[in-house]
Ligand binder design. Structure first.
Ligand SMILES: *Cc1c(COP(=O)(O)O)cnc(C)c1O
Length: 379
């Protein structure tokens, strides 16, 4: 079976991890700092904070943004549950704004969803295609909202010449290093920002809200053992074992992205005459192809379920991204959302399918996928 996504690990990665195991630091140490610096430099941000997962990164970003009970935060329904759950962790209310045909949040729907309680907006670069950041940023400035980019799909993507993560149009950007993402640390995440204040909050909250710098104590230190817990934080630290893997993976990122884009190119050329809507770059955005998500057109004579099944019969395990978050039982029961709230996202869900996309796919694998998809439409 060819899966829709998979990590790419080589001997160099294995060596980087085993070297750490022989050293002094297993949890947060010099490798974490090195990974943060290299990552910040690569995306073009001032600061990067490594954490234990993309979900932890989203949670900390919400807290650093000062999101509190009673606040509303505008989110997309077309994402993984964590993109909206993070708002609930902070005690606030996620408000769903519908998407456009690309799968990205619709800026006009965001503008319409703003109320006097809105504090922030957390759009997702769906599949790896940067959302319309200039429009979102304009709305945010008009209403005084914080913008957190959920860039878990978009490492390596670009918007108007800037890499995703540079925070040119946002306050913070969040990444995940789950094995299906562009680079992996097993589990892991990162937040980038250009704000010294947000950076300090994120660092504090990552490790119990404990402060160890003399200059920040509320009273004079009684001795070398002393520290102060100044905020209610968490243990969301990344380990040096994970960071060593992340550093090793980061070196290969340009190659990984080129391979993803080359695979997308071959798919798009091969599928252009099928009844499918295909993903691709826009004039302002360069796609990072975390996903290659196609949408079955209404006139196709085959629906998404049939396509999924016919691919599975031929050894291709495609996946659906996503079941809209607002239709999940928890959201329906606790927030009163439901089918019908976001018609564009719901139509997207019914027609979308993610084909295999990862750097380890060989040219032969890609040929097999192309043949299987072509066959599925011929039967
Ligand atoms: C993967 C993902 C997350 C969660 O990341 P984890 O590292 O699995 O916690 C959040 N948002 C989106 C859009 C994702 O794809």
């Amino acid at each position: 079976m060819i899966p829709y996504a998979r990590q790419t690990i080589d001997e160099e990665d294995i060596k980087a991890v085993t070297e750490v195991l022989k050293g002094d630091y297993l949890t947060t140490g010099p490798k974490v700092a090195e990974f943060e610096q290299a990552f910040a430099a690569w995306v073009g941000a001032k600061y990067a904070v490594a954490v234990s997962s993309g979900t932890a990164a989203l949670h900390l970003a919400c807290l650093a943004a000062g999101i509190n009970p009673g606040d509303e935060v505008i989110v997309t329904p077309m994402s993984f549950a964590a993109s909206a759950n993070c708002v609930l962790y902070a005690g606030a209310r996620p408000v769903f704004a519908d998407i456009e045909s690309t799968g990205n949040i619709d800026p006009s729907q965001v503008e319409q969803a703003v109320t006097s309680s809105t504090k922030a907006v957390i759009p997702v670069h769906y599949g790896g295609l940067p959302f319309r950041m200039e429009e979102i940023s304009r709305t945010a400035q008009k209403h005084g909202l914080t913008v957190v980019e959920d860039a878990c799909h978009a490492l390596g993507g670009e918007y108007r010449g800037s890499r995703i993560g540079s925070c040119r149009y946002s306050d913070m950007t969040v990444f995940s290093f789950h094995p299906v993402k562009h680079i992996t640390t097993g589990e892991g995440g990162m937040i980038t920002t250009n704000s010294q204040e947000l950076y300090q909050k994120l660092v504090d909250l990552r490790s119990h809200g404990i402060v160890r710098e003399l200059s920040r104590f509320e009273k004079e230190s009684p001795g070398g053992w002393y520290y102060e817990m100044q905020d209610l934080g968490f243990n969301y630290r990344m380990s040096d074992i994970q960071a060593a893997l992340g550093l090793s993976q980061l070196k290969k990122l340009p190659r990984f992205i080129n391979r993803r884009r080359a695979i997308a190119d071959r798919y798009s050329k091969s599928f252009k005459n099928l009844a499918l809507e295909l993903p691709g770059d826009t004039p302002e955005a360069k796609h990072a192809y975390h996903l290659y998500a196609v949408k079955v057109k209404a006139e196709a004579g085959i629906d998404r379920k049939k396509l999924y099944e016919r691919l599975k019969e031929q050894g291709i395990l495609a996946q659906v991204h996503y079941i809209p978050i607002h239709t999940m039982p928890y959201y329906r029961q606790n927030l009163g959302t439901g089918w019908g709230d976001c018609p564009v996202a719901e139509d997207h869900y019914h027609r979308v399918l993610s084909l295999p996309m990862y750097p380890g796919l060989t040219d032969d694998d890609v040929d097999r996928v192309i043949e299987a998809v072509t066959n599925a439409f011929r039967i």
